[in-house]
Design a binder for this molecule. Structure first.
Ligand SMILES: *Cc1c(COP(=O)(O)O)cnc(C)c1O
Length: 796
């Protein structure tokens, strides 16, 4: 694809005048963004169509995900198309700053965090690798809520990202599909297609998101009977289905509307796939698994398994066993978590009410599976109960079990995670189906997380090793030979300072806090969850602050502690941690004894766009989850490729990061998985640990003695109790915060010393960059393509 500046200029002019009645120099930033994006969209059309055609000629993969955390499309698309510099020049001639145009775009925040961002990185990698892969999901009207702090408390506001329209999607009315929940209830799924533009390829892949609408904009019959209210009620109820993204990360909501969403998008996607399969290849469904592979991103789309059974048996008239054979050879399942509260289960009553036919199909799947187990384990009743798809006692349907039984592969998302699945969490299943289990360590796309977000570092890398790393990240290894080159290391440090300055400016504008760019930028950004242990981080800061108060003259390496995190709206304890961090920040930032040596900054509304500013500016990447709890993490990888060593536990992909970059270039602390198993066995008493750890009891007391004010909500007392008393659902200090505190403090002290040796520090950072090759989503996607989907790249 080749874009002439002149053609883009003409397109821009035409769109501005047609849509906004404005001349070139009169357009607002948003109008210019919109007109430019539409111009690019028109230029893409032929390539997009050609890609669809060649993909449908052969085997294809479909990625089913309830979430896609895409962020902004504009700059990324321009970069991947190779026209960013041209457009930038064009805008400069008009005296317009491309950064302002870029900022006019709303983030497409159709995901909670890591899982949704993974889906976004994956489809970008598929496009770059020319792989026949299509994403399917939901076009939520409101994405992830906008977070605001009011008096230090998180307050949620709706994210109306479509308010001004979305130039990057095309509505395909004629490809709409009817979704029947029951005999009484149907809605229409309208597809919106977004082009997924790979790096310097003519192929254009597709993300198809479904929007729910009522059958007939208004129910005309009722309308004619003058029953306005009833007609509008139906419209509203239909639209509710794709109205809002559930703001839950690693918790199971179990709500009716959520189940409807899941069925809505998987049924629409499957009907779409089957319709096209029949058009192309007729009705021999035994060939379906030869041409189609469907990846289930966690359990959210698992209702697709009984839904495909319904389509094959009820609609297409296949025999049950033949259909099940096809289903089992079509689906592949990715597990993302071992947290028990995150494993999706549905009450049979609710399921039956929302999806009566699918419920019956699940009962049959359950019975068939019990027969299989009786055959296999005639004497082991306990095992058969553990593995039951419908738990007869609790009346819960276990979605993960349907997924494993109904798929040809099951994968974890980092080596440690997959090992835990095989040996502990899914051991019964691994014993039954060992050949199904695989590992696919997560990755992130370097096009967004390095090339786009850190152009300064990218230029240096290009100068040293050329551009091949943009599509082959293992090339970064060639940087390692510069490890003794002081000039290069100093240039890296200069670039880090530039990125820190840019972030400092953003922090000043958004929080009013002035931070010192010579201080260590110590960053923890990710969803707020107890297992991620933001509380360990803030406890350390509280302790350090106490030590400064006791002796204001102690030596402290200046530090800026940066947090970014949203808490699920109903997660009281997580919200308590947010309030605590904000209270500590207020105290520390305004105390003259601290003398500006430590600052605590909580960046509001963490999402993709701020993330792109944050990762390149970090000196330290905080990855301090309780060992065994973080399946992989992907934030850790973004930090690594931007030259921030990991301060972390041996958890998730941290293990592999350290394997690649060297233990000596990262800061590992705390218990590992085995240590935790042993400590649990021998009995863990957090109150003893608290008393025996210097300064820890004081920090704990400060939660409840009024030092920090939770506004009378009882939040801080609740945090205190969760660590020392426990609750009906958790033992005290379930995540071993107090146990790991001392080791965490020690390793942080070693960071201070290491940071002061500037060149030594640069070497550590450089080793992380040089060895980040493994963590590209291109590598992950190539493995999915080869080992699960059996697809190959093909170019138009
Ligand atoms: C990468 C990313 C995440 C995932 O971060 P983890 O540290 O792996 O949990 C979450 N949110 C955003 C906006 C991200 O970019």
């Amino acid at each position: 694809m080749k874009f002439e500046k002149s053609i883009i200029k003409i397109g821009l002019e035409k769109k501005l005048i047609a849509k906004y009645g404005k001349k070139l120099l009169e357009g607002s930033n948003f109008e210019i963004y919109d007109a430019l994006s539409q111009t690019i969209m028109e230029e893409l059309g032929d390539y997009w169509r050609a890609t669809k055609d060649i993909y449908s000629d052969g085997r294809e993969a479909f990625y089913f995900s309830a979430e896609y955390l895409m962020g902004r499309a504009f700059s990324n698309n321009l970069i991947n198309l190779g026209v960013y510099d041209g457009v930038k020049e064009l805008l400069e001639e008009l005296d317009i700053d491309i950064n302002n145009v870029e900022s006019a775009e709303a983030d497409a925040g159709l995901g909670n965090g890591g899982l949704g961002r993974l889906a976004a990185c994956f489809i970008e990698s598929m496009a770059t690798l020319n792989l026949p892969g299509t994403g399917y999901g939901i076009r939520y009207k409101f994405g992830m809520f906008r977070q605001q702090f009011e008096d230090g408390f998180q307050v949620e506001y709706p994210d109306n990202w479509l308010k001004n329209g979305d130039p990057w999607s095309l509505r395909k009315d004629r490809e709409s599909i009817e979704i029947k929940f029951s005999d009484k209830e149907s809605v229409i799924a309208v597809p919106y297609d977004t082009p997924i533009i790979g790096y310097k390829t003519n192929n254009i892949n597709t993300l198809r998101l479904w929007q729910a609408e009522a059958i007939g904009e208004l129910n005309l019959k009722k309308f004619n009977e003058q029953n306005y209210v009833e007609a509008l009620r139906e419209k509203n109820e239909a639209e509710n289905i794709s109205r809002v993204l559930y703001p839950n990360d690693d918790t199971d909501e179990g709500k009716k509307l959520r189940l409807k969403q899941q069925y809505f998008f998987t049924s629409a996607s499957l009907q779409d796939i089957i319709k096209r399969f029949k058009l192309k290849r007729g009705a021999d469904f035994s060939k379906l698994p030869d041409f189609i592979s469907i990846q289930l991103n966690d359990t959210h789309p698992v209702v697709a398994i009984p839904e495909l059974m319904r389509i094959l048996v009820d609609v297409e008239g296949l025999l049950w066993n033949d259909a099940w054979q096809i289903v089992q050879n079509t689906f592949a399942y990715t597990n993302h978590t071992i947290l028990s509260e995150a494993l999706e289960k549905w009450y049979t009553e609710l399921f039956k009410e929302v999806l009566p036919r699918i419920y019956n199909i699940i009962i049959k799947i359950h019975i068939k599976f019990q027969e299989l187990l009786e055959d296999k384990y005639p004497k082991d009743l306990a095992k058969r109960k553990r593995m039951a798809i419908i738990d007869e006692e609790t009346k819960l349907i276990h979605m993960a079990w349907i997924a494993i039984y109904g798929s040809y592969t099951v994968n974890g998302v980092a080596e440690l995670h997959t090992d835990i699945l095989k040996n502990t969490e899914l051991k019964d299943w691994y014993d039954l189906y060992p050949e199904r289990f695989q590992n696919k360590t997560n990755g992130v796309t370097q096009r967004r997380w390095l090339l786009k977000s850190n152009p300064e570092l990218s230029s240096l890398i290009i100068e040293l090793i050329g551009k091949d790393w943009i599509t082959d990240l293992s090339e970064l290894k060639k940087l390692e030979k510069y490890i003794t080159d002081k000039n290069i290391l100093n240039r890296f440090l200069d670039i880090k300072n530039i990125k820190k300055e840019q972030l400092a400016k953003f922090i000043k504008e958004n929080t009013g806090i002035v931070v010192d760019i010579n201080s260590i930028f110590d960053v923890q950004v990710k969803r707020l969850h107890e297992y991620k242990r933001q509380i360990l981080n803030i406890f350390h800061i509280m302790n350090l602050y106490n030590r400064i108060k006791e002796d204001p003259s102690i030596k402290v390496t200046p530090k800026t502690y940066i947090f970014g995190a949203k808490a699920a709206s109903g997660y009281f304890r997580a919200k308590g941690i947010i309030k605590l961090i904000n209270e500590v920040a207020k105290t520390v930032n305004n105390d003259i004894d601290v003398d500006e040596r430590i600052k605590v900054v909580f960046i509001e509304n963490y999402n993709i766009s701020p993330a792109e500013l944050i990762f390149p500016a970090a000196d330290i990447s905080e990855q301090i989850s309780t060992a065994g709890k973080e399946a992989s993490g992907t934030g850790n990888m973004k930090f690594m490729m931007n030259g921030a060593p990991t301060l972390g536990t041996l958890d998730g992909a941290n293990v592999e990061i350290v394997q690649e970059a060297g233990l000596e270039n990262n800061f590992i602390f705390g218990m590992n998985v085995q240590d935790i198993i042993e400590l649990k066995k021998s009995g863990y008493d957090p109150s003893i640990v608290m008393k025996e750890t210097q300064g820890l009891e004081k920090v704990m007391k400060q939660l409840v003695d009024g030092t920090y004010n939770d506004g009378g909500t009882g939040m801080f007392k609740e945090l205190y109790d969760s660590l020392l008393v426990g609750t009906s659902w958790h033992s005290p200090d379930h995540y071993f915060v107090l146990q790991d505190f001392e080791d965490y403090r020690k390793v942080r002290e070693s960071i201070d010393t290491a940071f002061e040796d500037r060149l030594g520090w640069a070497k550590k950072a450089w080793m992380n960059i040089s060895n980040a090759g493994k963590f590209t989503s291109d590598r992950t996607i190539k493995q999915y393509a080869k080992e699960i989907w059996k697809i190959e790249g093909k170019k138009i």
